[in-house]
Design a binder for this molecule. Structure first.
Ligand code: HEC
Ligand code: HEC
Ligand code: HEC
Ligand code: HEC
Ligand code: HEC
Ligand code: HEC
Ligand code: HEC
Length: 309
């Protein structure tokens, strides 16, 4: 009898240890969701929580059934796709908007916001070509994700363990990262290339704070294009001098009304470090209304070259 009881205790203890072990492991990798972060941080970090909710990041992918107003396209009788086909909406519609159908393929037309017209595209497998950069906590093997849009944990890593304890050692504060790792955090999405198996158009299982080069083969395109700011910046004197994305951009859009979450208006941003006295002396040919970006970031390119160089 005592022996049996002892065994029961041992077995129970082993089971407990196993369960505890399994749950700490999964908790370290588990996502809480932005509403869970808000619970505590809306008091101490109100600007962060409120700022982030308004960013394009938070709305980078939206569920059409939950938020039909996310669709900015106009559907006339001859529209190449039907509104009812849309399951997910990609992008807030600043320049264009893309759509995904129930089969997880992109629908064969995108909406050009400025010209208010449809542009035909080829349908691709969005699970491999798109979604990973427009959501938080993407599981490529299952084609499922923790949360729509680029939310807190896309940049801070899975936060369940931190959220259950409030223990600040269990969450990444990117402030502590070296500049190159800080830029990689943004580069996980603001880059063109493939995962290491060349199956996905984004890094698979990369977590904020890690070395992106272990997860991603950069295309390093020499021509202008969308979402390649990290590749462009990497070759610049800025990057070599530790000037990275969050030097100029506020990651949460907190306390700024400038476009693109810039911390300050463009000219003020540049004059923080550059002693260019005034535009007339520096660039006599500058058209009225020019900013430093007019000549040094044509097409919003992030190579920051001298014109002609
Ligand atoms: C139970 C309350 C609670 C929840 C939920 C919570 N946090 Fe925290 N968080 C804290 C506390 C407490 C601190 C420490 C604040 C301090 O020391 O000033 C903190 C600190 C942080 C820090 C700074 C860490 C550092 O080293 O400076 C980050 C980043 C952070 N939290 C992000 C998150 C994210 C992302 C979520 C959602 C996944 C989240 N928090 C959910 C309570 C919480
Ligand atoms: C998980 C992917 C992901 C990560 C990580 C990410 N971004 Fe983005 N970012 C996007 C997507 C997708 C959009 C497009 C949102 C839209 O317009 O719908 C975007 C848009 C932006 C914009 C344009 C915002 C606007 O108002 O039009 C800026 C600026 C930006 N990101 C900067 C950053 C910076 C800086 C970091 C790192 C601190 C970062 N991003 C990290 C995916 C990401
Ligand atoms: C490697 C990450 C990545 C992949 C893969 C990706 N995107 Fe994006 N996407 C971004 C980022 C970052 C932005 C914002 C920066 C930019 O537009 O330069 C963005 C912006 C957008 C926008 C908003 C453009 C605007 O400014 O109005 C749309 C629409 C979009 N993507 C659709 C797609 C579609 C469709 C696919 C798949 C064919 C796709 N994306 C694949 C990262 C990605
Ligand atoms: C696009 C990436 C990105 C997203 C999304 C994001 N953060 Fe951050 N967060 C950062 C970066 C980068 C820093 C460090 C800022 C710096 O270096 O100036 C930071 C810093 C913080 C800090 C520490 C502030 C301090 O002063 O030490 C907290 C707390 C925090 N974030 C909470 C959140 C919460 C909560 C959310 C969601 C509502 C969120 N973040 C969404 C990138 C992000
Ligand atoms: C030295 C300052 C600076 C740095 C560093 C910087 N940016 Fe920018 N970024 C800007 C300015 C200024 C603009 C607006 C350009 C314009 O209006 O032509 C901009 C625009 C953008 C846009 C909108 C692009 C578009 O197509 O309209 C995105 C997205 C972006 N930045 C992301 C990033 C990311 C990601 C990084 C890091 C890899 C980064 N930026 C580094 C200053 C900077
Ligand atoms: C945090 C400081 C900082 C900010 C902000 C900053 N720069 Fe720079 N910039 C530098 C440094 C450091 C260098 C490298 C100087 C060198 O190597 O001689 C540099 C170099 C340059 C160069 C010369 C590049 C070359 O290849 O010779 C240009 C052009 C430039 N920056 C434009 C800008 C513009 C435009 C902005 C605003 C959008 C800006 N910078 C914002 C620090 C900054
Ligand atoms: C009309 C175009 C134009 C505008 C606008 C402009 N620049 Fe320039 N910038 C140039 C040209 C051209 C050069 C190269 C001059 C040379 O090689 O002697 C240059 C060179 C530079 C350099 C490199 C200087 C060096 O000695 O290596 C920096 C830094 C710079 N500009 C910053 C700025 C800042 C900051 C602003 C905004 C206040 C700005 N520029 C606005 C055209 C422009």
């Amino acid at each position: 009898m005592p022996i049996i009881r002892f065994r029961t205790i041992v077995v129970a203890a082993v089971v407990c240890v196993l369960i505890a072990g399994a749950s700490t492991m999964s908790m370290a990798q588990a996502y809480k969701g932005a509403d869970g972060c808000k619970m505590c941080h809306q008091f101490k970090n109100k600007p962060i929580v409120e700022g982030h909710a308004k960013t394009a990041h938070a709305k980078a992918l939206q569920d059409a059934a939950k938020n039909p107003a996310a669709i900015v396209a106009v559907f006339e009788a001859n529209a190449p796709i039907k509104k009812e086909q849309i399951k997910y909406v990609l992008g807030t519609g600043r320049v264009y908007q893309g759509y995904i159908g129930a089969d997880m393929k992109t629908l064969p037309a995108e909406w050009n916001v400025k010209e208010k017209k449809w542009v035909a595209t080829s349908a691709v497998d969005a699970a491999k070509q798109c979604i990973g950069c427009h959501v938080t906590g993407y599981d490529a093997a299952k084609a499922t994700w923790a949360e729509d849009g680029v939310r807190c944990e896309a940049c801070h890593g899975p936060g369940m363990a931190h959220a259950s304890s409030g223990d600040k050692t269990k969450i990444l504060n990117p402030k502590s990262l070296a500049p190159d790792k800080k830029a990689m955090l943004c580069g996980q999405c603001h880059s063109k290339g493939t995962d290491t198996t060349k199956t996905y158009a984004f890094p698979v299982n990369y977590k904020a704070g890690e070395d992106l080069s272990k997860y991603f083969i950069a295309a390093n395109s020499a021509t202008a294009g969308r979402n390649q700011q990290y590749s462009e910046l990497k070759g610049s004197k800025h990057f070599a001098n530790g000037v990275v994305c969050v030097t100029c951009h506020e990651p949460h859009g907190a306390g700024t009304t400038e476009p693109f979450q810039l911390r300050k208006p463009i000219i003020d941003t540049c004059l923080e470090c550059h002693a260019v006295k005034d535009m007339k002396t520096h660039a006599p040919s500058a058209p009225a209304g020019s900013t430093c970006a007019t000549c040094h970031m044509p097409g919003a390119r992030h190579t920051f070259k001298k014109p002609g160089a």
